[in-house]
Ligand binder design. Sequence first.
Ligand SMILES: [Zn+2]
Length: 196
Amino acid sequence: MNIGPHTFAEFRRLTEQFHGCAAPGILLGGRMVTAARAALPEGTLFEALVETRSCLPDAVQMLTPCSVGNKRLHVINHGKMALSLFDKYNGRGVRCFVDASRLGPWPEMRVWLMKEKSKEQQDSALLEQEIEQAGTSVMALADMRVHESFLGKKSSGPVVLCSGCGESYPREHGDKCLFCQGETPFVMWPRKTKTL
Ligand SMILES: [Zn+2]
């Protein structure tokens, strides 16, 4: 069973290149993306919603035109192995998730999903083998419709220059940019600013 246009071995190699290692969540996620895509009508212009920040966003970005940068990939951090692909215009789509009740024949997948052992104690070769062999048998699909707030173009409004740092920012953030309001999680040393 292919993952997108790729064999399992090819997709594994692409995962190493894109993600840095052949993470089980992407090998499984690739199948989830493929299954959800097959359930959408041909030619649908779709967006994606993933329910964990781990692995699944990369599976979507490797196999669909949806990316964080083009804003067609939405990530909510609910820590669930689930993703939806939905029609960009009417919000209707399909959610694919790992059905824990179907993991019986695949003990190492269960250990991994439920974090029953530390990563070091898990048998990664066996896990990968189980993911390859289980295919979509551990997944389920449900029809879904995304909340209206995900539909349509969202403008962040006018842009102004910050009176604190001089950089441009969305006016809706307030009198100064969020950095100058102290909300950015890093510090800088202004004297080291260099012109490039
Ligand atoms: Zn500023």
